[in-house]
Design a protein around this ligand. Sequence first.
Ligand code: FES
Length: 166
Amino acid sequence: MSANDRREFLIKLGTGAGVCALAAQGVASLRSLVPNVSYDAPTTVKLGPVADFSDGLKFLADERLFIFRDGNTFHAVSAVCTHLGCTVRAEALSRPETATVGGAPLRLSHQFSCPCHGSHYSGDGTNLSGPAPKPLAWFRLSVATDDGQLVVDLADEVERDFRLTV
Ligand code: FES
């Protein structure tokens, strides 16, 4: 191998090593943008033993959720206003009524109002007045198989015909 060939070989070797080092650095930089751990709140939350929920409404501040119980039937309505996300308040109806919601009867004992900009919702979460653009969300409920607690999945919005019967 002549001196020129050796020089050319060493230049190519050096260039290749430089390109490899840059590529490795680029991959490492991109990888650092992706966290190793997710700190997102879990969407499935245990709410407590079914027996802890008496007939009527229970407000869960941490989950911003209303749980309704009528005998053995449960449903969950979000307390997050669909306008800009304030927490709506439940107001007891002077005369509870039974309406057909999602094709099935539902006992309505409350209505909802938003303290921020005055949106009003009926007892099934339907937006009636104010700037709220859509109804309050309903979420899937289930009973945990391991300990019998009521469970909500805050990522699983359901239709208004949803009822959990225990
Ligand atoms: S946030 Fe509820 S009406 Fe605006």
